[in-house]
Design a protein around this ligand. Structure first.
Ligand code: ZN
Length: 319
């Protein structure tokens, strides 16, 4: 995710999508840069959602923006890993307030997101209507620090999300999070470097070909296509499904007109934009969930042909 314009993402997200949970993830090897990008995204999202003047500038001096800058906004809850006391640790506060990354390593501090914090968050959501804005926002900073009790408790909330509540997750280790939690979120990879997929060109061709078959319901061609795919090696198949997740993210962004966030260029960008005009944002989300499910089946050695067939049907149904 390079040279993004957060303002646009945020604005489009808050206005158009029904999805209430977004997850931004990175790898911890890029910690320093990405955590600052996380912070930037967080503040931009919040200011865009709550600014009284409605025009997005980071140093806006309206009441809401000031409350956000000082981490005092009553409709916003930030949950970070904590030591025993339950308060946001000082180094997080320094970081949020001033952007300073302190020397101390987080992992040395035995931090956790506890069950009590999740219960408090649920109370925050359920207690009253938003007091200033139209919605409440809950931010999970490094949700991978939840223990299993916290994670299961949070899952209950996310499964039946309360109205007018957005959830933002910023994680450096999304693999630790429950798949059931992940599948409820829209996910974006934050990287300091370009993400290269070695089979990109071939994957893209296959994807376009496949979509075409689904679009015109060419079952006669679909069967040999799936047959061929099932003969490829496991790594290739997995790689293709990871690629599918990526392409669907791009489709989703395109359908929301968040062009500046997209990570494809030139011809691929054109293809995606064209395709996005065929699907609704909702159906893209549904297909995305189905792709994530399929990837899990493939990893678990399920029958590839069946997985592909089911996914094809999902695509046909949702187009
Ligand atoms: Zn403002």
């Amino acid at each position: 995710m390079k040279k993004y314009e957060v303002s646009q993402v945020v604005s489009n997200f808050t206005k158009q999508t029904k999805s209430q949970a977004i997850l931004f993830y990175s790898q911890s090897s890029y910690l320093m840069n990405n955590i600052k990008t996380f912070r930037e995204i967080m503040f931009s999202f919040l200011k865009q959602s709550y600014c009284e003047k409605g025009n997005f500038i980071l140093d806006c001096d309206c009441k809401n923006c000031k409350l956000i800058t000082n981490l005092n906004h009553p409709d916003i809850k930030i949950i970070t890993p904590v030591a025993n006391s339950g308060e946001i640790p000082k180094f997080f506060m320094d970081f949020f307030l001033e952007g300073k990354v302190s020397e101390g390593n987080i992992s040395e501090n035995k931090l956790v997101i506890s069950k009590d914090q999740i219960i408090e968050m649920q109370n925050f959501i359920n207690s009253s209507l938003p007091s200033i804005g139209k919605s409440k926002t809950v931010i999970f900073w490094l949700p991978e620090y939840m223990n299993s009790v916290s994670m299961n408790l949070l899952l209950k909330t996310i499964e039946e999300p309360p109205k007018n509540t957005n959830f933002l997750f910023f994680t450096e280790n999304k693999d630790i999070l429950l798949p059931t939690l992940l599948s409820r979120t829209m996910q974006f990879f934050i990287s300091g470097e370009e993400d290269k997929n070695e089979n990109f060109v071939e994957n893209m061709q296959m994807f376009v070909e496949w979509m075409r078959m689904c679009y015109v319901k060419k079952y006669v061609k679909l069967v040999p296509f799936i047959e061929d795919f099932s003969k490829r090696d496991k790594e290739f198949q997995k790689n293709f499904f990871v690629f599918l997740g990526f392409v669907l993210e791009q489709l989703w962004l395109s359908s929301l007109k968040m062009y500046s966030l997209m990570q494809v260029v030139d011809k691929d960008l054109e293809t995606i934009n064209k395709m996005a005009s065929i699907f609704s944002t909702e159906s893209i989300q549904k297909i995305y969930e189905s792709v994530n499910r399929s990837l899990r089946y493939i990893v678990r050695n399920s029958n590839v042909k069946l997985v592909m067939m089911n996914l094809s049907l999902d695509i046909i149904e949702n187009k």
